[in-house]
Design a protein around this ligand. Structure first.
Ligand code: DP6
Length: 315
């Protein structure tokens, strides 16, 4: 067994969204998701062996509940009775709808497996990470990934080199942690939204056009599907009881600016997750003009530009 391991993983941004669980106990997704791994932003996780488990997230102690199942599974697979002392940091705001649980559970799974010297494939690690957070199954790979409905693991469709001009521009409209976690909001949608069934049916129908658009590297077609996916997910969320609304006025302003840009022939296709941040799918050649326009909207708006990223790495 190693004494200390440090691993990094990047968030997985879904263009076709996972929202809802087929099995809550096994954490299996009810909808397929097609995602891109974001380059340049990551969770960095240091794991040491210790007499008992502990986690510090961005220098604050974190509740162990969400992690115990993953830790117990790893101990069982390795046949070792060890504790994990974990310190983890994001180089981007946590819990604000930037998919930090995807990069967090991916980095944690890889680091714990490595400290136990488990010889697991990326697919096996992906299945383990999924038990912690389904989107983390996708963060086990760089490039473009697919996690099927009911899938135990994600797969890589194309590597990071497949689309070098693609950029994701993240508009950080708020630095506050969100009020409702994606897990709770997802359950609320399933239990109380009359649109949940329609969402499930339609989510599957969006996958085909998204895959074809990706195959052709057709950003307009892919962006069009991505907009439908997040809009329908949020429509189902908004119809929950009580309604869940993640959007802030600044979120809506950015969405509208993207519409203006597209009307002028500039490719800017937005998507949103369980939070107020807006992520804009665009090409490298359009980044500067989109930046300028969003800057004119709000000079305080923080922007992060991410290319397509790599899978996890250990230092
Ligand atoms: C809106 O993977 O955070 O980002 O499996 O309960 O941990 P759990 O949920 P999580 O949900 C991600 C939802 C999403 C869409 C997506 O990433 O596909």
């Amino acid at each position: 067994m190693r004494e200390e391991v440090v691993c990094r993983a990047s968030p997985s941004l879904a263009l076709v969204k996972y929202w809802g669980k087929q099995s809550t106990r096994k954490n299996l997704p009810a909808t397929p998701s097609l995602a891109v791994t974001l380059g340049g932003i990551y969770t960095r996780t240091r794991v040491k062996t210790a007499p008992s488990d502990s986690i510090r997230l961005n220098e604050q102690p974190a509740e162990l509940d969400r992690f115990s199942h993953l830790f117990d599974t790893l101990r069982r697979v390795a046949g070792r009775d060890v504790g994990f002392q974990v310190e983890t940091e994001n180089n981007f705001p946590s819990s604000a709808g930037l998919a930090s649980s995807s990069s967090g559970f991916a980095a944690l799974t890889v680091a714990c497996a490595r400290i136990l010297e488990l010889d697991l494939s990326a697919a096996q690690l992906s299945a383990l990470a999924r038990t912690g957070s389904a989107s983390a199954a996708r963060s086990l790979f760089g490039g473009f990934t697919l996690l099927p409905a009911g899938g135990h693991r994600a797969e890589q469709l194309y590597g990071p080199e497949y689309w070098p001009e693609l950029r994701i521009l993240i508009a950080l409209v708020s630095h506050r942690a969100k009020a409702v976690s994606s897990r709770d909001a997802m359950e609320a949608t399933r239990e109380t939204s009359p649109y949940y069934r329609a969402w499930l049916r339609n989510a599957g129908e969006l996958l085909g056009p998204a895959l074809r658009a990706l195959e052709k590297r057709d950003i307009e077609a892919l962006g069009t599907v991505a907009r439908l996916s997040y809009s329908r997910m949020h429509a189902a969320l908004l119809a929950s009881s009580p309604p869940v609304l993640y959007w802030l006025p600044a979120t809506v302003a950015v969405i509208r600016e993207c519409a203006h840009l597209r009307a002028e022939g500039i490719g800017a296709w937005e998507t949103l997750d369980a939070g107020p941040q807006v992520k804009i799918l665009c090409l490298d050649s359009d980044v500067e003009v989109i930046r300028e326009r969003l800057g004119a909207l709000d000079p305080q708006l923080q922007l992060i530009v991410a290319p397509v990223g790599e899978g996890p790495v250990c230092e």
